[in-house]
Design a protein around this ligand. Structure first.
Ligand SMILES: [Zn+2]
Length: 462
């Protein structure tokens, strides 16, 4: 009987104490929080694991959607990843706060949040490096200082230097021709990466993510690709060469959305460093090879930026509320950015969905592809564009589109099967058209054929 009373009191206490969550969460606590949010909002959330860390801890994701677990065609997928460096912990706590906030506001029928959840599939991974976090948190409790304690995973590897390096290939291809998107993984990639990295790569290959941010600490700035410098570091100069992607203007806008919605990031002066508008091209800050951000852009449809959110990598508990208030609007606005540009279905004449069709935009040398359901998403700034859809065995289709500042424009494609049957009937001498040859640039999924690319130099070109 007294047990029951004790449980009742415990529950009551938990209920009263629960909303105050401005504290650091160890692994067990974090898992409890994710399930707590799920239990409070079971119809719009799902907890899943993408794999395990070196020490066997789950890499949990909390998903928000009006149909959790299901990809709805034309509804974009977006993700947040926190705590990749185990000792950079603010992102982890912010993502827990965000999860609770989305759930509560949805329940309160906050129209902005309801709309966001209904129109977007949001994946939140508070910790990509739970092993490193435990080391960092333990050191913190014992007051052991050390800038790098807990940064790496349990094998001592920096996970943001652990992704396959695709930059070398793209820099070569940009100069010499070759695929500009979906660069293939090396054959033996699994043996070259850590369990956490492998889990994340498999995760981002299995969802058609469109937009993403990776939350770090140690500075306050929104950092956009490329992270890896094309040129070599100039001796004596701290900053390396600005190395923009073909989507540079868009990335700058995405970064600015965050920095200006953030309480103080946009002011530029933070942690003793200055970044105009609170944003920076990664490579122009310092060159970083094998990072997750560049990998997302070069291997998938996902546009990722890296958010450095606090001078102190492990902020005091008492600072968490202020940090949450400084980041809350930015975290929401960034998610909303996935709804811009163009999107649509790619189908054949019989209304079958075409996956892996290539969507090219004139003037931007970076294509995206349609997902498994035949839907594609192409983030674009306002303007008028020439957009071409191609798929193997189909004639390309090109349209002109004007994109406004608000909603994404719906642009569907219905591709006609090309007619190679006409040619091979009998050998006709002098027959010039043995199947259409698409321009090299738009050959769909050419990137998947390893042979067609990379006679690349050993090192970066230039
Ligand atoms: Zn970091």
């Amino acid at each position: 009987m007294s047990d029951l009373v004790s449980i009742f009191l415990h529950l009551l206490l938990f209920k009263l104490v629960a909303p105050v969550t401005f504290r650091h969460h160890r692994y067990d606590d974090l898992v409890r929080m994710l399930y707590k949010v799920h239990n409070e909002c079971p119809h719009i959330t799902r907890v899943y694991s993408i794999g395990r860390s070196v020490k066997g801890r789950h890499l949990y994701v909390l998903e928000f959607s009006d149909y959790p677990g299901i990809h709805e065609p034309l509804e974009p997928e977006v993700k947040y990843v926190g705590n990749m460096h185990g000792n950079e912990v603010l992102g982890r706590e912010l993502l827990l706060q965000l999860s609770e906030f989305l759930c509560e506001e949805f329940r309160n029928r906050n129209q902005r949040i309801v709309r966001l959840v209904e129109d977007t599939r949001i994946h939140i991974m508070p910790s990509m490096n739970p092993d490193g976090y435990e080391v960092a948190a333990a050191a913190q409790e014992r007051d052991i200082s050390g800038y790098l304690v807990g940064r790496n995973n349990a094998n001592g590897v920096d996970l943001n230097r652990n992704f396959p390096d695709l930059n070398t290939y793209i820099y070569y291809n940009e100069k010499n021709g070759g695929p500009n998107h979906h660069l293939p993984l090396p054959d033996n990639w699994k043996s070259q990466v850590e369990p956490e990295t492998q889990a994340v790569i498999q995760w981002i290959r299995s969802f058609n993510f469109v937009l993403s941010a990776n939350l770090h600490g140690g500075a306050v700035v929104a950092n956009y690709p490329y992270d890896k410098s094309l040129g070599h570091r100039v001796r004596g100069f701290r900053r390396t060469a600005n190395t923009p992607t073909p989507d540079d203007k868009l990335f700058q806008k995405l970064a600015k959305i965050y920095s200006y919605a953030h309480g103080w990031m946009h002011q530029g002066w933070n942690c003793g460093d200055y970044f105009p508008d609170g944003i920076t091209n990664g490579a122009s800050w310092y060159s970083l090879s094998k990072g997750m951000q560049d990998f997302n852009y070069l291997h998938t449809n996902c546009f990722e930026i890296t958010l450095e959110l606090s001078c102190d990598k492990f902020p005091l508990q008492g600072e968490l509320q202020r940090e949450w208030l400084g980041n809350r609007e930015a975290l929401i606005q960034f998610l909303e950015q996935v709804h811009q540009g163009i999107k649509g279905m790619v189908r054949d004449e019989n209304y079958n969905n075409l996956a892996d069709a290539v969507i090219s935009v004139g003037g931007i040398n970076h294509d995206v592809t349609s997902g498994a359901h035949g839907d594609y998403f192409r983030l674009l700034l306002p303007g008028t564009y020439t957009v071409t859809a191609t798929a193997p065995g189909f004639d390309p289709e090109t349209v002109s589109v004007t994109v406004g500042p608000a909603e994404p424009k719906l642009v569907n494609f219905q591709l006609k099967r090309s007619t190679p049957q006409a040619a091979p009937k009998r050998r006709i001498p002098n027959s010039g058209h043995r199947g259409r040859v698409l321009p090299k640039k738009v050959q769909p999924r050419a990137a998947r054929k390893k042979e067609t690319m990379m006679k690349q130099p050993q090192r970066g070109p230039a």
